[in-house]
Design a protein around this ligand. Structure first.
Ligand SMILES: [Zn+2]
Length: 281
């Protein structure tokens, strides 16, 4: 940034002055990254606002290694491989095992759920389309009020999706809900062929099916794994299915989730397939 030609030659204490329009917080973070000799900005978990600064100022001042490091971290949190996408809406254990505010599991960025709004906007502004499917999926799980009105960050700024992306999220919710119903299709088949307490299992499954019928239309998170069965199905959660049915149903659920593919998720958000150049960013 200091190599850029400057319009005037101001000086202070015999040092050249470079006028900038960036916030003091952004500038402090950027200078710390450039002059920090430790490996903190390579290896440590960074706050989302730090990664935001790295991407925005790294792009603006063409500091390629800072920009690339921000993109590398964002791609780990919002990957283009669904099997690597680990959030509280894909890995049930994250709901109970990590800090309530942390959205991604084992990620190099400490971010909260609402930060996915900024990630979508970054993907749009900095031409990073591979971030979009998973970031939009995360946005689709936000409360309606947050989607419509945006999120006020700790800096007082309001972060909001564009109107077309808000519409994408709302339209996707019905399609994602259909996928969730498909994940539960196995319950219609009744107890396992090798069930060891057929009449009891059938009775409890019928009750759970009625419960699903009443509650499932409030959810559109089909990527979450079979850990949810204990919460979604009262009788399954209470251990009232036999061990054969319990194990078979958890496998059937996970198998259905694993069948949701990348192309399918893109199509639900009406996103084009990225070009080879974009995929290689
Ligand atoms: Zn059974």
């Amino acid at each position: 940034m200091f190599a850029f030609p400057q319009p005037h030659e101001e000086q202070m204490f015999d040092c050249p002055v470079v006028p900038v329009t960036d916030s003091p917080e952004d500038m402090a973070t950027m200078l710390a990254i450039l002059f920090d000799s430790s490996s903190r900005y390579k290896n440590d978990i960074l706050q989302f606002r730090e990664v935001s600064t790295m991407l925005r100022l790294g792009s603006k001042y063409q500091v390629e290694h800072v920009r690339s490091e921000a993109i590398r971290r964002l791609k780990i949190c919002f990957p283009d491989d669904l099997s690597l996408y680990a959030t509280r809406h894909t890995r049930y254990r994250t709901i109970e095992q990590i800090h309530v505010e942390a959205y991604c599991l084992n990620a190099p960025i400490s971010l909260i759920h609402e930060d996915c709004i900024s990630v979508v906007n970054f993907a749009r502004s900095f031409d990073l389309p591979t971030l979009l499917p998973t970031a939009l999926y995360a946005c689709a799980q936000l409360p309606v009020a947050t989607l419509l009105q945006g999120y006020t960050g700790t800096d007082g700024a309001v972060y909001k999706l564009s109107e077309p992306d808000i519409l994408r999220c709302f339209r996707s919710q019905r399609l994602l809900r259909d996928l969730l119903f498909l994940n539960y299709r196995w319950i219609l088949n009744g107890p396992s062929e090798t069930c060891i307490q057929r009449s009891e299992c059938r009775y409890h499954m019928t009750a759970d099916m009625a419960h699903l019928w009443d509650t499932l239309h409030f959810h559109h998170d089909p990527l979450i794994d079979s850990g949810r069965l204990w919460a979604d199905l009262p009788n399954f959660g209470a251990g009232r299915y036999c061990r054969v049915c319990s194990a078979q149903f958890a496998r059937a659920y996970d198998s259905q989730v694993a069948g949701i593919d990348w192309v399918q998720l893109r199509s639900y958000f009406n996103l084009p397939q990225p070009t080879e150049t974009q995929e290689g960013q």
